[in-house]
Design a protein around this ligand. Structure first.
Ligand SMILES: Nc1nc2c(c(=O)[nH]1)N[C@H]1C(S)=C(S)[C@@H](COP(=O)(O)OP(=O)(O)OC[C@H]3O[C@@H](n4cnc5c(=O)[nH]c(N)nc54)[C@H](O)[C@@H]3O)O[C@H]1N2
Ligand SMILES: Nc1nc2c(c(=O)[nH]1)N[C@H]1C(S)=C(S)[C@@H](COP(=O)(O)OP(=O)(O)OC[C@H]3O[C@@H](n4cnc5c(=O)[nH]c(N)nc54)[C@H](O)[C@@H]3O)O[C@H]1N2
Ligand code: SF4
Ligand SMILES: [Mo]
Length: 901
């Protein structure tokens, strides 16, 4: 083949659990990569959301970790993996196998995960390997296992399209699983009788397609679904034949649900009785019901019970495993499912087998021919970091996750990372909050290959296993995670069992284990792919498990029973809803989660100017009446605090928020903001069954953050450390946008300018009376930096100022306009970006609506917004006239000047 010809690789998006197929075309002459949706992939049929569409913007090498370090100094791979092996072996020799641990991630390939799990459980002999899936899917896993006897997700995406009632609970599908959401929107358009119910304390963009939104009280889900169980049972909704033949425990579950009359439930959930009754009526009348749930369910101290309360309603009605029916836990990370399949959780074994089951342990040990097999559950994530404080963990290897930012009680987690005797961190970028700790003496950082460079498989939410295929060479000395693990295993003396030469060889072993001793029944079986050749692995198309050796058909689970408890019956789990917790006066419930265009701790999406245009700053969403009570004004800064920590973020006043509750996104970290890691506030409280932390429910105080001055700047070069109480930095076209504020009064903004950009600016205005000051730095007729300061939040059009970075400064008038901080009359301000694909701002969309566009399609025709990936369509829908009753200050306005000048 012509080495200079364009080459297209079919791979998978590295973000969410929808698992969209991606086509990456490399143009070797231009040195560019073009990303498109793969029309042949069953998950997305060519669609991509804004994050997938902007993948090419995140590929630059500027912040990649390129070589291993030991004690923060460059070292060789041999020395680095040697050091890990030595630290692990020494700890094991002195303190036993349970003194070492791995903390891994649903963003690893199945192959990476398989070898990590094999090393820990079969060779080290400890189950101290846990994963960030503990923060994500553990309650669903626990709920599935209790009900089904194993961790099976029975649903498929097609079920959502074929359902007549889709219940989305604790899921902001529009922002977190956007392509699946688009599929749902399209199905609802085609089948208008389909009803969608959204159950979420907040009114999110997902609620825009809801026929009914139930803004329940935080954590009242168990009551809601217990009430539904009781209602269905009393009004003839039970499928008696199904429950009799295929389930156990219905009586106990109904007994437990008995207190949840319609009235009691409405009261506990804080919902109007008529709305609740409407939902229950629809559920009673609709066989084809799918209940989709995500972190509003899982991340709770009652997470497992929430899951079982949902599953109970599907078991009672026999609505499971048939087209358009079933409980459906949508997974977050690209390989949350694959991690579960290889036993990546501290209480599981490989191949969906049970650590607690001696027969299962023997099976795995025999297959591996391993010297040992862990027989007691290891430490779950939160407990693992606590065990470091207790001194029992001596060596920890963190891989593909950023616990400094993402674990609850993050300050305490950082203390653990700062004090664990030995720490190794494998990451792809060079600056993460967790990596800081790996620069300690004797500690190791390993550069991993990222999704563009690595090969492997991932499993999406609907059990579809897809290939990820590298299409660029590894940068610097980066190596695959599975190779790093095999190197360390070899140096620990386990070389024979880790002599893998490719991901294909790992996958073949994993597939073979899944079908080994088929008389031990399990759901996860892909032995149909055991012994796959390297060539077949290369071209392996997406397929759904199970794919048993003796069958070419993938089966549906549970329509005809066949559960995985010994008696093949499912279990109803009696769930007991707790009373509403008393919130101390003057405090708020802290809810946390995601925004549309950022991924977790922003190590990748945070580098994209396009994605950062959607929400450029950390914020706290608060109800308008609460804001008035607190004296918090729109776009001012607030502190959110409790006994664990204190953060400073922008106030976002929104009627979509409940009174008494605030929402702060999880994404911002010490690299992107002064002080906005929300997990420093999150309580380390966990669900007693699953060990999953209650990340949606902490108690905080909110107060106005009095600032002496505020600043906004666009600059060409990345700023250094900023010594202000508040700052946040986001990339923008041509440079960076910085928001700033400080409590120290400033007499001379010119000095601040020097601090921020290391150069003098041409001052436009410095009005001591008003406190306003503006500066411009230009060279060769282009803007190098423009900086604006004021006593109140700076009222300058962000979008317009950012555009100036990429436009020539035509003349003196252009300079004056920039220093004035506002667009001239003939250049309307676009407003903050809503449509990332075509960079269409909120003001442009509003103008199209004012000019007569009354539908999404009409807005699209007028200004292109929403016509490509569709991720922004629910936000546009909320701006359309019929939605005025919900009109609120939308999150995306955060970037915008608080008050128009
Ligand atoms: N854009 C984007 N997409 C992502 C990710 C990302 O970082 N960014 N991450 C991926 C990952 S790993 C995951 S796990 C998924 C998460 O996907 P989701 O679970 O959909 O996202 P979250 O924003 O964490 O939370 C969902 C909703 O739960 C609601 N909620 C809070 N408390 C309760 C409650 O008590 N009851 C109910 N019913 N609802 C409640 C919140 O208000 C929130 O709107 O997203 C995946 N997709
Ligand atoms: N308050 C609050 N906290 C939360 C949540 C919440 O809703 N609220 N959600 C929780 C959930 S559901 C999740 S899933 C977690 C996510 O939390 P994390 O897993 O901590 O988040 P990421 O930013 O995805 O971290 C992945 C890290 O791996 C690196 N990386 C990417 N690819 C590779 C690779 O191939 N190899 C290696 N070695 N490294 C790689 C990235 O650069 C990044 O540093 O956060 C949890 N924390
Ligand atoms: S929905 Fe978006 S983030 Fe999720 S896999 Fe598809 S393109 Fe990637
Ligand atoms: Mo997640």
């Amino acid at each position: 083949m012509d080495a200079l010809a364009n080459k297209t690789t079919r791979t998978t998006c590295p973000y969410c659990g929808v698992g969209c197929g991606v086509k990456a075309t490399v143009d070797p002459l231009a040195g560019s990569v073009e990303i498109a949706g793969d029309e042949a992939h069953p998950a997305n049929a060519g669609r991509l959301c804004s994050k997938g569409a902007q993948l090419a913007e995140t590929l630059g090498l500027d912040n990649r970790l390129l070589y291993p370090t030991l004690g923060g100094e460059r070292t060789s791979w041999d020395a680095a993996t040697g050091r890990i092996a030595e630290a692990f072996s020494a700890a094991i020799a002195e303190h036993g196998p349970d003194s070492v641990a791995m903390y891994v991630s649903g963003q690893l390939m199945t192959e990476d995960y398989y070898v990590a799990n094999k090393l820990m459980k079969g060779y080290v002999g400890s189950a101290n390997i846990d994963t960030n899936s503990r923060l994500c899917m553990a309650s669903s896993v626990a709920g599935h296992k209790r009900a089904f006897g194993t961790d099976t997700v029975p649903g498929t995406y097609e079920d959502l399209e074929r359902a007549d009632l889709v219940v989305l609970t604790g899921s902001n599908l529009a922002w977190c699983h956007p392509v699946l959401f688009q599929r749902l929107v399209a199905a609802k358009q085609q089948r208008p009788h389909m009803k969608v119910v959204v159950i979420d304390p907040r009114r999110t963009p997902t609620a825009e397609i809801a026929d009914l939104h139930l803004p329940l009280q935080p954590d009242s889900d168990v009551a809601l679904f217990s009430g539904l169980l009781r209602f269905l049972s009393r009004l003839g909704g039970a499928d008696r034949a199904y429950t009799a033949e295929h389930t156990q425990g219905v009586i106990d579950a109904l007994d437990a649900a008995e207190p949840w009359t319609l009235e009691q439930t409405a009261k506990r959930c804080g919902l109007p009785l008529t709305d609740l009754a409407q939902f229950y009526d629809w559920a009673l009348a609709t066989d084809r019901t799918v209940t989709v749930y995500s972190q509003g369910v899982n991340q709770s101290s009652s997470g497992s019970d929430k899951v079982n309360a949902i599953i109970n309603t599907h078991l009672l009605t026999g609505r499971i495993g048939q087209p358009g029916m079933g409980p459906f836990s949508v997974t977050g990370q690209p390989n949350a499912m694959g991690g579960r399949e290889v036993g990546g959780l501290a209480n599981m074994l490989a191949g969906h087998l049970e650590l607690a089951n001696p027969e299962h342990r023997a099976l795995v040990q025999t297959f591996w021919d391993s010297p040992t097999i862990a027989d007691t559950p290891g430490l779950k994530a939160v407990d693992l970091f606590e065990a470091i404080h207790a001194g029992t963990i001596k060596a920890l290897w963190v891989m593909a996750t950023n616990p400094s930012v993402s674990l609850p009680d993050a300050a305490r987690v950082n203390e653990a990372l700062a004090t664990v005797p030995f720490l190794a961190v494998s990451d792809i970028v060079s600056t993460t909050d967790t990596l800081r700790h790996a620069a300690r003496p004797g500690c190791v950082a390993l550069p991993a290959t990222g999704w563009v460079e690595k090969d492997g498989t991932v499993t999406n939410s609907e059990r579809m296993i897809s290939r990820q295929r590298g299409f660029l060479p590894a940068p610097g000395e980066a190596r695959h995670d599975w190779q790093a693990i095999c190197d360390v295993a070899t140096k620990m003396g386990f070389g024979d069992a880790f002599a893998f030469d490719s991901p294909a060889s790992v996958f073949a072993e994993h597939a073979a284990l899944s079908g080994y001793k088929p008389e031990v029944r399990r759901d996860f079986d892909i032995s149909g792919r055991a012994g796959l050749s390297q060539v077949a692995y290369e071209s392996m198309p997406p397929f759904r498990w199970p794919l048993r050796a003796d069958s070419t058909q993938t089966e549906r689970f549970f329509a005809g029973g066949g559960f995985f408890h010994a008696d093949r019956k499912a279990r109803f789990v009696p769930t007991h809803a707790a009373d509403a917790p008393q919130r101390p006066a003057g405090t708020f419930t802290l809810n946390t989660g995601r925004v549309r265009d950022q991924w977790h701790t922003m190590t990748r999406t945070g580098r994209s100017a396009t994605l950062s245009a959607h929400m450029g700053e950390p914020y706290c969403e608060i109800h308008p009446a609460d804001a008035v009570d607190l004296g918090v004004t729109a776009a001012s800064l607030v502190t959110v605090s409790n006994g664990r920590g204190r953060i400073i973020v922008r106030a976002l006043i929104s009627a979509g928020q409940q009174r008494g509750s605030v929402f702060v996104p999880m994404h911002w970290n010490d690299q992107t903001a002064a002080n906005a890691r929300v997990d420093t506030l999150a309580a380390p409280e966990t669900d007693p069954t699953s060990g999953q932390p209650a990340l949606k429910f902490s108690t905080v105080k909110v107060q106005p953050a009095a600032m002496a001055w505020h600043g906004f700047a666009v600059v060409r070069d990345a700023p250094g450390a900023l010594p202000f109480a508040y700052w946040s930095v986001a990339p923008c076209a041509g440079g960076y946008a910085i928001e700033m504020a400080d409590t120290e009064p400033c007499d001379d903004y010119a000095e601040l300018v020097r601090q921020i950009i290391g150069a003098d600016g041409v001052m436009g205005v410095q009005d001591r009376a008003s406190g306003d000051a503006r500066f411009l730095v230009s060279a060769d007729e282009s803007v190098q930096a423009a900086l604006f300061f004021a006593r109140d939040p700076v009222a300058v059009s962000r979008r317009w100022a950012i555009e100036k970075l990429s436009q020539p400064l035509a003349d003196a008038a252009a300079k004056v306009a920039l220093l004035a901080g506002r667009p001239p009359a003939d250049q309307p301000d676009q407003g903050p970006i809503v449509c990332a694909c075509f960079a269409v701002g909120r003001n442009t969309i509003a103008a199209a609506i004012t000019d007569g566009a009354t539908s999404l399609d009409a807005v699209g025709a007028a200004c292109q917004a929403g016509t490509n990936c569709g991720s922004c369509r629910s936000e546009i829908a909320a701006m359309l006239p019929q939605d005025t009753e919900h009109e609120t200050e939308k999150p995306q306005e955060v970037r915008h000047a608080p008050q128009a000048v």
